[in-house]
Design a protein around this ligand. Structure first.
Ligand SMILES: [Zn+2]
Length: 260
């Protein structure tokens, strides 16, 4: 199956947010990513481990959460560019977990989140089981195999064949904007011919890995966090000064709205 281009669309409301309405309509799942917004200073920065004042950041997290009333639980991890992921069952309120770059749940009402600013948020669904996984894939997570772990865990938890899964590569840095060293290219299985500079297209690497794992239905955002910096945050595009966006994924409480 060809890879579909699925663009996140700006949602109305006080929080700068880009949803994937096609997934809501087809699968009844809430998915998307926050944006930079037009506020003063750093805008709608949701980074908890940056130098932004914590009180202001938490205020924005509360605002963000107000848009998800049908989610009693929100999960976020202190990300370390690793390959660990965890399954979350009953979650009430905030659940902040150490050293995790991937989250998975089969529980409606649990909103999974990862923070990003160039790294690729990878959204995985097993729609028939209403199971969801959200992965934070920079080059380290990608080269370490976080995606294949996510697919494998989703398969074990749902007992679903991989070809029933659906994957989306969200807003992140494009290949043209992401200059890397040859060691990064090689760790991600890419050739690094000549003297460089080399450019890594993380989404292409992830898509190829998903195809090899057997996922047939794959889509990708075309937003680039660096090209599209008026809308998004880019660590690379800002020389490390930008804030963080939050990617989110979850099935809301209540009856399934998806057609299956
Ligand atoms: Zn770009």
């Amino acid at each position: 199956m060809p890879v579909q281009v699925l663009r996140e669309l700006e949602a109305p409301g006080p929080v700068p947010r880009f949803d994937i309405p096609a997934w809501w309509e087809e699968f009844g799942v809430r998915a998307g990513v926050t944006g930079r917004g037009e506020g003063p200073g750093r805008g709608f920065d949701l980074g908890l481990w940056t130098d932004a004042p914590v009180g202001e950041v938490m205020g924005r997290w509360r605002q963000f959460r107000n848009g998800f009333e049908d989610f009693p639980g929100v999960v976020l991890g202190d990300q370390v560019h690793g390959v660990q992921l965890a399954r979350h069952r009953e979650v009430r309120g905030w659940s902040q977990v150490d050293a995790l770059d991937g989250h998975l749940t089969t529980q409606p009402g649990v909103l999974l989140t990862v923070t990003v600013a160039d790294c690729i948020p990878v959204y995985l669904l097993a729609p028939k089981q209403r199971a969801a996984a959200l992965l934070h894939c920079g080059w380290r997570g990608t080269s370490g195999g976080l995606l294949s772990r996510g697919i494998q865990t989703l398969r074990e938890v749902t007992n679903m064949a991989v070809d029933n899964m659906v994957m989306h590569c969200g807003v992140g840095i494009c290949g043209a904007c992401y200059e890397v060293g040859s060691e990064v290219m090689e760790s991600c299985g890419q050739a690094a011919p000549g003297p460089g500079p080399w450019h890594l297209d993380l989404r292409s690497v992830l898509i190829e890995a998903a195809q090899q794992a057997g996922i047939r239905r794959i889509s990708t955002s075309q937003w680039c966090s660096s090209h599209d910096r008026p809308r998004f945050y880019s660590h690379r595009g800002s020389g490390g000064r930008d804030g963080r966006m939050v990617a989110y994924l979850g099935y809301p409480l209540g009856p399934a709205t998806a057609s299956d």
